[in-house]
Design a protein around this ligand. Structure first.
Ligand SMILES: *Cc1c(COP(=O)(O)O)cnc(C)c1O
Length: 423
């Protein structure tokens, strides 16, 4: 059978459907009744249909109850952060006490490094990946500087082998062993934003612990994409955003995880604020700080109630679908896109950067191409295919198991076959 038969894509979708009806997919004016084939959910997830009603509910409570909304109504705002924790814990593979939604991602990285990056003159290095997201690079360099270290020596950037795009676990582990007592913190992306590589989080966490370092993870591209077991893996702390795979809207409140072995340790230094204080003490307005046990003890400010609403709506969809079932569909969907791209890459000038083994990637496939920005613009205007560009030469396609279809994958691969120059 012709792998590029449209009927095959449609048959696959009928047998293994998405939950697209739960989302608002933007229309594509290029063809009657068409929608975008949306592959940028790794950058901004689509809007859950329930998001507007969830926001309206909070606006109504504000209109009807004003300040009493903190304590009264169907959903008192005082509990707004707490009520998200069971669903977040399911995505993170954690206990509800170990997770919290607050702030935004880079802020959480800083807050958690304030606790978990405690350099000494001997042990001061932070190990990140060379292909780290720029914000993470800025965050670790500024943390090193904040403690009086020169980022040029304090920040170690892991490089893949020559000619390879992804890091190998054995190379990460051997580099950690080489640096040994010099490393204070290992902070890697669980799924790399550029290549889509899923790092072996339990193995690297264990290797960090073996050399006496703290293991922190940036899970921006992992949460809601792959199942996680942060608690069982012994991860010390993690942070992530919710606007990518978790579909909670632009600038949505982010997430944080602190392992239970640290979460109730009130002696840990932290940048504190009144929302991390024990509620029994909070409204006494006294200066003493008694950290709330659990990740909530790292909260600083008043919860962003309105911004939590779409996150709540989105988490309901994850709870209904189950992250493991989503992952199974994701492996099938990305495998289908990969098989189409294999044909494209054999004929055309392009290269897949993402590891081939499903266990070593999330849903995203990254392609190295010439003139990525021009290609992405043509995919969008001529085919209604939305991908994401990383300058200078990477286009990223993330088929999202909640709402992407096999037909979307077919449209993307067919369009690439047309637009890419011959090999
Ligand atoms: C998306 C992303 C960020 C963005 O951080 P914000 O603070 O939400 O702007 C940071 N790090 C990684 C790895 C990301 O993928």
């Amino acid at each position: 059978m012709d792998l590029f038969a449209e009927s095959d894509a449609l048959a696959r979708e009928a047998a293994d459907p998405s939950r697209r009806a739960d989302f608002l997919v933007p229309p594509w004016p290029g063809a009657a009744g068409a929608e975008w084939a949306y592959f940028a959910g790794n950058s901004l997830g689509l809007q859950p249909r329930g998001a507007a009603a969830a926001i309206e509910e909070e606006l109504a409570a504000w209109a009807e109850l004003a300040v009493e909304g903190w304590f009264e109504g169907a959903r008192p705002w005082l509990a707004s952060a707490d009520e998200l924790r069971p669903s977040l814990a399911r995505l993170a593979g954690a206990e509800p006490e170990e997770v919290v939604a607050m702030n935004t991602l880079t802020v959480n990285l800083h807050l958690l490094m304030a606790t978990f990056y405690r350099p000494t003159p001997e042990r001061f290095r932070i190990v990140i990946e060379d292909a780290a997201f720029p914000s993470d690079s800025h965050a670790v360099a500024s943390q090193a500087r904040h403690h009086g270290f020169d980022p040029a020596s304090a920040v170690v950037r892991l490089q893949p082998r020559a000619g390879e795009a992804a890091l190998r676990t054995e190379d990460i582990v051997s580099e950690l062993e080489r640096l040994r007592g010099g490393v204070a913190l290992v902070l890697l992306g669980g799924v790399n934003y550029l290549t889509g590589e899923l790092v072996e989080i339990p193995e690297v966490t264990a290797a960090a612990h073996d050399i006496g370092a703290v293991a922190g993870w940036d899970l921006a591209h992992a949460i809601g994409n792959v199942p996680l077991e942060l608690s069982a893996w012994g991860v010390d702390w993690a942070a992530w955003c919710h606007y990518k795979y978790v579909n909670a809207g632009p600038g949505a409140p982010a997430g944080a995880f602190v392992h239970s072995r640290h979460a109730s340790d009130r002696s840990l230094p932290r940048l504190a604020g009144w929302w991390g204080n024990d509620p029994a003490e909070r409204f006494r307005m006294e200066p003493g700080f008694v950290a709330r046990p659990g990740a909530v003890g790292w909260q600083v400010s008043t919860p962003t109630v309105l911004a939590f609403a779409p996150l709540r709506a989105s988490l309901e969809l994850f709870d209904a679908a189950g992250i493991r079932a989503l992952r199974e569909r994701s492996v099938r969907l990305t495998g289908y896109l990969e098989s189409l791209l294999d044909v494209v890459v054999a004929e055309r000038r392009a290269r897949v950067l993402t590891p081939r083994e499903p266990g070593r990637r999330g849903c995203q496939l990254s392609l190295a191409v010439r003139e990525a920005r021009i290609l992405a613009a043509r995919l969008r205007s001529e085919h209604g295919v939305i991908c994401d560009v990383r300058e200078p030469d990477v286009v990223r396609f993330a088929p999202i198991p909640l709402y992407s279809s096999y037909h979307d994958c077919w449209r993307a691969a067919t369009a690439l076959r047309e637009l890419l120059p011959a090999a």
